[in-house]
Design a protein around this ligand. Structure first.
Ligand code: ZN
Length: 519
């Protein structure tokens, strides 16, 4: 994007608007420079920092959040935005400039609703809360985490009240807007309710089938060092650029970094199952390629930022599932694996590799879940965080309510809180209103992949030959390069010609799993 008059769509734009826009963009970029410094510190906290660093780090994060908030709410930003908005020719249409002004207005209005005290307190308590959660989780001790959860629930309810609950809505909606613009609990319920019924039927049928795919490969021990080399080769093959990104290890895989040329993703390895590391690395690489695919010339402006977590998750789920769990991918990956691991991986047929990537088994852990049961885990969390935010659920009752829903949704008895309500990091980081983006992303991924299949001849056949570049290029031009130029729903309509629907996903899932279970 440019800031010279020649790139603007309108010929009526005045010099003062151009000046105001340039000033606005400069301030947005400076705020991003500071904000992205915090992202590198968060990455460091998860990958490198010794445990002793936590108190000081939390203070650093609290201060950075306060300074970042100060920059975002500077009255000079409001003046520059207003100047741009007053030039109708400048703000109409969907030019990069008008999108930037529109999105910076939204960011400014949201940021000014939050008192600086709350912003820095949330950052500080989240940092410490996350640290305390990690300790409570490994000690399987909910009572240790409970006071932090109570504080974080309290602070987030305060945040929702400051942001303002939309008319006819609920506190959860105000928080979800940060992660998924336009998303409300009511719209989520509308998508989740029918999806849950179809999934319940499908899971029941798969579980009662007498034929199951072989799980043998998932029980094969492979040395972690060799796994790391292999996984790196795979994510590089699908298009992650190691000149502009890293892959490290952390307890919980994630993707962060400071901008499109410095993307930090992590994974984790278990000796007993390569598919854990492979699946989570392809997932994070999907996030990473979205970040690397953002417009370099728009760094620090909304058009150079990912549009929402749901769309972000569509990219990770697409590479993890539609690609990484596909029949043709394993025609390429299986032989690569046998060459790489030699005798350890010899003696597996294609059907065994492909089957092992698609075994369905209701369990306790979301991040280990297969494609059929995954969304049930998300639905449990959505219901619970909605109740926590409305005040209808007391944090002390969380374990009981969690376990009751797991029995109801997945038919499993949660053995302890470590494998129950303590398993996820999100609430300890103060992220409420986040979880549904996982399922929305899963639904988007199937819908996008359908469009890609129509647009690219021989797409899936190409995976068997290790040809992933056409898909990455398509995702880049259709999704990544737009940043926040279009809203998530407008982007979906633009890319797929339809609104978000669970049909493509259910069709994909049933079409793949039923044959694997001889149904
Ligand atoms: Zn993800």
């Amino acid at each position: 994007m440019g800031m010279t008059p020649g790139t603007l769509q309108s010929t009526t734009t005045s010099t003062s608007t151009i000046t105001a826009y340039s000033a606005l963009i400069q301030r947005a970029r400076e705020a991003q420079l500071l904000g992205s410094t915090g992202h590198i510190l968060s990455w460091d906290q998860e990958t490198m920092m010794p445990p002793g660093g936590i108190d000081h780090r939390s203070q650093q994060m609290g201060l950075l959040a306060r300074l970042h908030h100060q920059m975002l709410t500077d009255p000079a930003i409001a003046e520059a935005i207003a100047e741009c908005e007053s030039d109708r020719g400048f703000c109409e249409g969907d030019s990069i400039e008008s999108a930037n002004v529109r999105e910076l207005r939204k960011d400014f209005d949201r940021a000014t609703k939050l008192p600086p005290r709350l912003v820095s307190e949330l950052a500080e308590v989240s940092g410490k809360g996350q640290h305390e959660w990690a300790g409570a989780r490994s000690a399987n001790d909910f009572a240790r985490f409970r006071p932090w959860l109570e504080r974080l629930v309290h602070l987030n309810r305060e945040k929702a009240a400051c942001l303002g609950v939309p008319q006819g809505g609920e506190p959860w909606d105000a928080l979800a807007e940060t992660f998924e613009p336009g998303c409300t609990a009511a719209t989520v319920v509308k998508v989740f309710t029918p999806l849950r019924e179809r999934l319940r039927v499908l899971i029941g049928e798969l579980m009662s089938s007498s034929h199951k795919p072989s799980n043998r490969f998932n029980e094969t021990k492979l040395p972690v060092d060799a796994q790391a080399q292999f996984v790196r080769m795979v994510v590089e093959s699908i298009g992650f650029d190691f000149e502009r990104g890293r892959l490290d290890t952390s307890t919980h895989p994630f993707c962060g970094g400071s901008h499109c040329d410095d993307v930090r993703m992590t994974t984790r390895y278990t000796e007993s199952c390569l598919n854990d590391a492979l699946g989570s690395s392809m997932h994070e690489a999907g996030h990473g390629m979205y970040e690397q695919g953002l417009l370099r010339s728009a760094i620090g402006t909304p058009v150079g930022e990912a549009v929402s977590l749901g769309i972000h998750e569509s990219q990770s789920r697409l590479w993890e599932n539609q690609v990484g769990r596909s029949n043709t991918f394993w025609k390429w990956c299986g032989p690569q694996l046998q060459r790489h691991f030699g005798a350890c991986a010899a003696g597996f047929t294609h059907d065994e590799f492909y089957g092992a990537a698609n075994v369905v088994e209701p369990g306790f852990i979301r991040v280990d879940a297969d494609e059929a049961t995954y969304n049930m885990h998300v639905m449990v969390r959505f219901e619970l965080e909605r109740l926590l935010m409305s005040g209808a659920l007391d944090p002390k009752d969380l374990p009981g309510e969690w376990n009751r829903r797991y029995k109801e949704y997945l038919g499993v008895n949660v053995p302890d809180d470590r494998r129950g309500c303590l398993q996820d990091v999100h609430w300890s980081m103060g992220a409420f209103g986040y979880f549904p983006t996982y399922t929305l992303g899963t639904l988007y991924s199937a819908q996008f992949f359908d469009s890609a299949t129509r647009a690219i001849g021989g797409l899936e056949a190409g995976f068997a030959l290790g040809e992933f570049a056409p898909l990455r290029a398509w995702l880049n031009s259709q999704i990544h390069a737009h940043g926040r130029r279009y809203s998530p729903s407008a982007l979906c309509l633009r890319v797929t010609g339809s609104e978000l629907s669970s049909e493509p996903y259910l069709k994909y899932l049933e079409g793949k799993l039923r044959p694997l279970y001889s149904l």
